[in-house]
Ligand binder design. Structure first.
Ligand SMILES: NC(=O)c1ccc[n+]([C@@H]2O[C@H](COP(=O)([O-])OP(=O)(O)OC[C@H]3O[C@@H](n4cnc5c(N)ncnc54)[C@H](O)[C@@H]3O)[C@@H](O)[C@H]2O)c1
Length: 434
């Protein structure tokens, strides 16, 4: 396994979390939370460990989520039935946007226009065309927007980036990244709270601009399975992989993408594929092979292999570097020649130096190096980066543009699957080429 959900939270090595001096209560960044579901509770728990911020308000479309937020973070956390009222509250400095994907754009844009800094969960967008709208709105309002693919704030990913930058891998031409699961919960079939009803769920608020439909608790609590609210595996999981790959290899976006998606197994519960494979070609001179299935979890969680001419990095449960020890071996070719020519070939000093003696490769390559994960969790680290950006007014690495490009990779994957064609990126427009 690799970066599983738990791993995301607990064991990924990170940058130091807490600032050295705790600010006074009124110096703390006052944070409002829009969407208080499963991920939001992880974010709020992480934020509560950081002394520079305070959770002061919450808005959610299901009453149980608001109740749990106030149980955990105190009854002084002010509930807002409508997120627009939370955004209008001038005492709030910054917001977490942790709603289903089809809501991200409107909420982020409204928040920055109201002067809030924003942490928006990945994927930044539901459609690629929304990305530059958000980027421009954030720039116009001079607000910090950080997107929530937290792995880029881990020590292991920073170390991997440094190894690649210093040339330790030689020329990287292939990256393989995967995200595999084999459980119903991994396939987003989450339990529905027993008190869910049109009285406790604000169905209209959830739908927003999505197609009108009658109340459906499966759509509300398992929204990733439905195209009206999510791009499935691509927007949920590939986006993490793409953000990380762009960070480690200093890449902007793929010039072209081809993908296939299949729904082999979880057919009763969804519209979106449970198996996806994609090829993303980058102008920097490498190709990325993304793969995900919900039907087997061998090397589960997220895992990366970055393959260079001089060495390879694997990043899953910790980081490892494997040098390439290349030994030329033309024996099987030369043994098909006449004996006299074979003998002559091996009398050549250059050949002897390059090809002899023939050795067995040890199981663990000589010179391999490993770095174990240590430190606080990746979510704490990523939120800490966000709080630092709010204080310094310097954009974090994973700003709106970076988040847009990573989400756009997912949209290109989905478009390629639907259209059964190659999908191209327009680097001038920063959008999918139409
Ligand atoms: N970074 C990560 O590792 C990670 C992990 C899980 C989820 N996420 C992201 O977090 C986001 C939320 O995912 P989740 O798993 O928490 O989903 P969830 O369904 O558990 O939570 C979403 C919440 O949004 C609320 N909501 C919907 N419409 C609303 C509205 N108009 N106003 C206020 N609240 C509204 C819902 O009531 C729900 O409680 C998604 O974008 C997802 O991709 C990121």
């Amino acid at each position: 396994m690799a970066f599983t959900r738990r791993h995301f939270l607990q064991s990924t090595a990170t940058v130091a979390a807490a600032p050295s001096m705790a600010p006074a209560a009124n110096d703390r960044i006052q944070v409002g939370v829009i969407g208080a579901g499963a991920r939001s509770h992880e974010l709020m728990a992480a934020l509560a460990t950081l002394s520079g911020a305070q959770i002061v308000a919450v808005s959610d479309a299901y009453t149980g989520r608001v109740e749990r937020t106030r149980e955990r973070h105190g009854q002084q956390v002010k509930p807002y039935p409508n997120y627009k009222e939370l955004i209008a509250d001038k005492s709030i400095d910054a917001v977490l946007v942790v709603t289903p994907d089809h809501w991200h754009k409107d909420m982020v844009i409204e928040a920055v226009r109201a002067g809030k800094d924003v942490y928006c969960e990945k994927p930044l967008t539901y459609r690629s065309a929304e990305g530059m709208e958000i980027v421009r709105a954030a720039a116009d309002a001079k607000r910090i927007v950080q997107v929530g693919s937290q792995l880029v704030s881990t020590e292991s990913m920073r170390k991997a980036r440094e190894l690649i930058r210093t040339g330790k891998l030689g020329k990287v031409t292939i990256v393989r990244a995967a995200y595999n699961r084999n459980t119903a919960s991994g396939a987003w079939i989450y339990p529905i709270p027993p008190d869910a009803s049109p009285q406790t769920v604000n169905w209209e608020a959830f739908l927003g601009s999505a197609k009108k439909r009658p109340y459906d608790p499966a759509r509300f609590f398992r929204w990733r399975c439905y195209e009206d609210y999510s791009g499935g595996i691509a927007t949920d999981l590939f986006v993490h992989l793409c953000t990380s790959i762009h960070f480690m290899l200093d890449a902007k976006a793929p010039s072209r993408v081809m993908a296939m998606g299949q729904l082999y197994r979880w057919k009763e519960s969804r519209e979106v594929p449970d198996t996806m494979n994609a090829l993303l070609e980058y102008p920097e001179g490498f190709v990325v092979n993304l793969s995900s299935t919900f039907n087997n979890e061998l090397s589960g969680g997220s895992s990366f292999q970055i393959l260079g001419t001089e060495g390879a990095i694997t990043l899953s449960d910790g980081l490892a570097f494997f040098p390439e020890r290349v030994v030329e071996d033309n024996r099987w070719i030369v043994e098909s020649w006449p004996t006299r020519l074979e003998k002559a070939y091996y009398q050549d000093a250059k050949v002897r130096a390059a090809e002899l003696p023939r050795t067995w490769k040890p199981a663990l390559r000589q010179g391999a190096e490993r770095w174990e994960s240590q430190g606080a969790d990746s979510t704490v680290a990523h939120l800490n980066v966000w709080l630092d950006a709010i204080r310094s007014r310097k954009p974090p690495y994973e700003d709106a543009l970076i988040g847009h490009r990573a989400a756009a990779c997912a949209h290109m994957v989905n478009r390629s699957i639907k259209q059964r064609t190659q999908v191209d990126w327009d680097f001038d427009k920063e959008d999918i080429r139409s």
